[in-house]
Design a binder for this molecule. Structure first.
Ligand code: SF4
Length: 388
């Protein structure tokens, strides 16, 4: 790890509940029972307790970012969010320009809490709009309408200077013309940041079953690659820098500081059910994982202050296997010294040369690892080749 990287530290907070599971989603989420309201005070206390457990591992560093992800973190009461932020400030401390993001669903009920999140200290909102087409929202099993999404965006604008939203594209039966019109409509809303994800069919989801029965037909690779390249060019023409495979910012200070931390393989504490963390302590990079089941997680945290299932030291091979696919996602790439510091002697100069000669890596800079436009759709394969 480069010296500058050692001082960056993030906090990921996992909120595991959703109103209903979307048919394409394979995240660690649990549907809420409408008859059993979440005990927010209990969750606030447990998240704060687990954070206190990890705080000594910050080893003097202060937080550069916090990310409330899920699940649907906009189902958290603002008081719960505030309790976690206050504990983080007290136990670890913040750098002055800390970024605090919360992922929100744009239903009207969730949007009512936006001002409360801002007052709690959240300074960046990421809205899961997913589509501006009613039929697509229905097919994706989303809980909001297009009108609700637009109203939520307006409410979010009044509370937050820094606003991002997600859209999903390359959907079954979506054609390029319709996507062009939808994307133009989205860009006219002038988000500070936009994340554009291609729909992928994940194992053990309803969409996987539907695809197997031929009820939905995912796009072929050629077509998704065509969608991808066209989308990046359209974003660039609209003034958005695609600084990562799926993420575009209207200005450098609107890039996601927290996600950058993952891509640059820097450290973060992970709390909440199923959360992962990566922490360098006493010179060793370690991986942590918390219990996935919300009820077990709660019981364990209340009994012993944390629900850690594993906390293990990563070998040089592990570090390279994790850092490569992340680092290659960054458009400007990373210095070779970054990987050399993580895994001394494990990257083969011959393989890098071969990929440069094939045009998958940029050949401009000898001491830099940067994927070309041609390499971007096959990053995982490039990473596997480089670490084999
Ligand atoms: S709202 Fe998000 S996290 Fe929840 S089920 Fe849908 S896609 Fe998954």
């Amino acid at each position: 790890m480069l010296e500058a990287d050692q001082f960056r530290l993030g906090l990921y907070v996992h909120w595991p509940f959703c109103e209903r599971r979307c048919p394409y989603c394979d995240f660690n989420v649990h549907e809420l029972d409408p008859d059993q309201p979440t005990d927010q005070a209990r969750w606030a206390a447990a998240l704060s307790a687990e954070l206190r457990h990890f705080a000594p591992l910050a080893q003097g560093r202060r937080l550069t970012s916090i990310f409330f992800g899920g699940g649907t973190p906009s189902l958290m009461a603002p008081e719960t969010v505030e309790a976690v932020i206050d504990t983080a400030r007290r136990e670890i401390g913040f750098l002055n320009d800390i970024e605090i993001t919360l992922e929100a669903n744009p239903t009207s009920a969730n949007a009512e809490r936006f001002a409360g999140y801002r007052a709690a200290g959240v300074n960046r909102l990421s809205l899961g709009i997913q589509s501006l087409r009613p039929d697509a929202l229905l097919a994706l099993g989303r809980q909001h309408s297009v009108d609700e999404a637009l109203a939520a965006l307006e409410l979010a604008r009044s509370a937050f200077d820094n606003l991002s939203f997600d859209l999903m594209y390359a959907r079954p039966r979506q054609d390029r013309e319709d996507w062009a019109a939808e994307l133009d409509q989205a860009l006219a809303l002038r988000p500070d940041h936009i994340s554009l994800y291609q729909l992928t069919i994940e194992p053990n989801t309803i969409f996987e079953q539907l695809a197997r029965k031929g009820i939905i037909r995912p796009k072929e690779d050629d077509e998704t690659a065509d969608f991808y390249h066209w989308t990046r060019q359209r974003l660039s023409a609209a003034g958005y820098h695609g600084y990562e495979v799926s993420n575009h910012a209207a200005a450098p200070d609107r890039e996601s500081a927290h996600n950058r931390l993952y891509w640059a393989y820097q450290d973060y504490i992970g709390i909440g059910p199923g959360a992962h963390g990566r922490l360098t302590t006493d010179g060793a990079k370690t991986a942590t994982r918390q219990h996935r089941a919300p009820s077990v997680w709660l019981d364990q945290v209340e009994a012993q202050g944390h629900a850690t299932v594993t906390h293990e030291t990563l070998s040089a091979e592990d570090r390279l296997a994790e850092a490569l696919p992340f680092g290659l996602r960054l458009t400007e790439g990373l210095p070779l010294a970054h990987f050399e510091a993580l895994a001394p002697g494990l990257l083969s100069a011959g393989k890098i040369e071969a990929l440069r000669a094939e045009g998958y890596l940029m050949a401009r800079d000898d001491d830099w690892l940067q994927v070309s436009d041609e390499g971007r759709p096959v990053i995982d394969a490039l990473a596997r080749y480089l670490q084999s």
